[in-house]
Ligand binder design. Structure first.
Ligand code: UDP
Length: 333
């Protein structure tokens, strides 16, 4: 029996594929490579194609004995989702609808879904719990929430079983150093800070230093990508063993400010990492910290790379050895 991983060439997808292969799973990756990287795909079976391609899904489900789907393929940039929400509804919601339709048609009833803390919007309490209100402040979060709701109704109607994992701030890289984070354009804090340390950018723009936090910069909950990968594997096991659907936060439970991240990165890289203060980024809440108690208790999730130094150190190893990401040496410049 195989696991179909959509978006397995992306950042969190590729690390999850690595984790599944390490645990003896047979993995098939489906990715359109719009954002993903062929080099990041460790699975033997790679299918270059789009989740919205109904015929392709028919072929895959006919040809392979797919036991469950892990669904990453999606757009994930808050800013872009505000400029072009329909693209997000198409690539995220419509694609998921097609995927779920084909899964049900072919009798595949287990799915682990890549969701986000952006489903909550501005938090009413910290740490955020799964039972808290979901009021997304951006179209990206809204599309992920819409898919969670779609899966809920599919459970009632067709017996689908789903686990939705709401990530906080994914960061870090595989400790082996062969896969890591490579977005174009890069918008995330830790890779940008490391690009400054590599001399690829002059300075980090800190998006606001007048938030109601101790040092005035936003606080986020950084969680290592290998710990996210572990959670996907455990979610699959949970679906197999109990057939029980659920929604789980994945975060470390500890928050770090932008300035604290920069400070740790200066120490680890030995680079001064200059910063300048820039305007707020629209839609950025001051503080986002997860309660991941439920994932620990129900999935048996045991994060292995919890402290910020480990996260930055593994990311730094990847960035130093792959200064241009997955692009080949000769394409530099
Ligand atoms: N951030 C920043 N400068 C940057 C990128 C990010 O100050 O160039 C801040 C951002 O405002 C947020 C935190 O760093 O408070 C983490 O941002 P990121 O984009 O990594 O993740 P998000 O919290 O948006 O999921």
């Amino acid at each position: 029996m195989a696991i179909l991983v959509t978006g397995g060439a992306g950042y969190i997808g590729s690390h999850t594929v690595s984790e599944l292969l390490d645990h003896g799973e047979e993995v098939i990756v489906l990715d359109n490579l719009e954002k993903g990287h062929r080099e990041a795909v460790l699975a033997q079976t790679f299918i270059h194609g789009d989740v919205r391609d109904r015929e392709l899904l028919d072929q895959i489900f006919r040809r392979y004995d797919v036991e469950a789907v892990v669904h990453f393929a999606a757009y994930s940039l808050v800013g872009d989702s505000m400029k072009d929400p329909l693209a997000y509804y198409d690539n995220n919601v419509a694609a998921a609808q097609i995927l779920l339709t084909k899964m049900i048609e072919h009798g595949v009833k287990r799915i682990v879904f890549s969701s986000t803390a952006a489903t909550y919007g501005e938090p009413r309490q910290i740490p955020i719990q799964e039972t808290d209100a979901t009021e997304p402040t951006n179209a990206y979060g809204e599309t992920k929430l819409a898919i969670e709701k779609m899966m809920k109704w599919c459970e009632q109607a067709y017996g689908l079983r789903f686990i939705s994992l709401r990530y906080f701030n994914a960061a870090g890289a595989h400790p082996d150093g062969h896969i890591g984070e490579d977005h174009d354009p890069e918008t995330h804090l830790i890779p940008i800070v490391l690009q400054v340390a590599l001399g690829q950018r002059e300075a980090l723009s800190i998006f606001g230093d007048d938030y109601p936090t101790e040092d005035g910069t936003c606080i986020r909950d950084y969680v290592h990508v290998m710990d996210l990968a572990q959670a996907h594997r455990l979610a699959l096991e949970k679906l197999r063993e109990t057939g029980k659907s659920g929604i789980y936060n994945l975060g470390s439970g500890t928050g770090f400010s932008v300035k604290q991240v920069v400070e740790r990165a200066r120490e680890i890289t030995g680079h001064p990492i200059p910063t300048r203060v820039a305007p707020h980024r629209p839609g950025d809440p001051a503080v986002l910290i997860a309660s991941s108690q439920k994932a620990r208790e129900e999935l048996g999730w045991r994060p292995q790379f919890e402290d910020l130094d480990t996260i930055i150190t593994t990311a730094w190893a990847w960035h130093r050895s792959h200064p241009n990401g997955y692009r080949k040496e000769e394409m530099r410049g």
